[in-house]
Design a binder for this molecule. Structure first.
Ligand code: COA
Length: 210
């Protein structure tokens, strides 16, 4: 549905749901600031049916599918990426979030997936801004967002609860104007064989000085 160089983002199928639920139980050794949310298979199925298969104009969840198998990575899907509107009554902004299964990390998927989804949202929604929040300590996500072209805006103090205490989060964003400045030269072409909401993309935007 949305194709990059390393991965493809595609809609969820019912057969993916056990894997999705399993991923929420995966990070046993994660750092204490990592926010875990264990989801039962029943809850995952309920959400899938009430959220129209994880897809609507305002919110969606896409499977991250590697285009080639990496050495040491488990076979099959790599993780998922989501988008939603954080303040729909006052802003047309979107927020994104991502999860990669452990064996699929550090291969560039996080950077490319977030770059592809930002591009999809700017091309297919009239939004002025795409944002992301992550624990201030989450160096890998912060680096992936920056490589994808997002800029840090500041710190959201006491933003979430993890490891027995309140935690600060870093807020990142990319405005439409910033995206226009780094968008790939070739216009994306809708893949009409599958959906008019489609986008093809090359690699993430070049790194900018900041
Ligand atoms: C955060 C996450 C999405 C990053 O995706 P990724 O595919 O692992 O990251 P990338 O391979 O695109 O790496 C981007 C950059 O981050 C840095 N980086 C990645 N993993 C790192 C690590 N473990 N330690 C230090 N730096 C790291 C590197 O600078 C890397 O660039 P480089 O490979 O050119 O040096 C992924 O690790 C993940 O899903 N983690 C668990 C869930 C999570 O934290 N989600 C986001 C928070 S809401």
């Amino acid at each position: 549905m949305i194709r990059g160089n390393l991965i493809e983002l595609r809609l969820f199928r019912e057969a993916d749901l056990p894997l999705l639920s399993r991923w929420t139980r995966e990070d046993h050794d994660s750092p204490e600031w990592f926010q875990r949310r264990i989801e039962s298979e029943t809850e995952t199925r309920d959400r899938f049916s009430t959220d129209s298969g994880f897809w609507s104009t305002d919110r969606g969840r896409l499977m991250i599918e590697p285009l080639r198998r990496r050495r040491g990575a488990s076979p099959g899907s790599a993780g998922f990426i989501t988008f939603w509107r954080p303040a729909p009554s006052i802003s047309d902004a979107y927020e994104i979030g991502i999860y990669l299964s452990i064996s699929h990390r550090r291969g560039g998927y996080g950077t490319e997936a977030q770059s592809l989804l930002a591009r999809f949202l700017f091309e297919n929604r009239p939004t002025g801004r795409v944002q992301a929040t992550t624990a201030v300590e989450n160096t890998s996500e912060r680096a992936a967002l920056e490589k994808a072209g997002f800029r840090v805006e500041g710190v959201l103090r006491d933003w979430f609860w993890a490891g027995g205490r309140r935690r600060d989060a870093a807020l990142y964003s990319m405005t439409r104007q910033e995206w226009e400045a780094i968008r790939p030269a070739s216009p994306s072409r809708p893949d009409s064989s599958r959906s008019h909401e489609s986008s093809r993309s090359a690699s993430p935007p070049p790194k900018r000085g900041r």
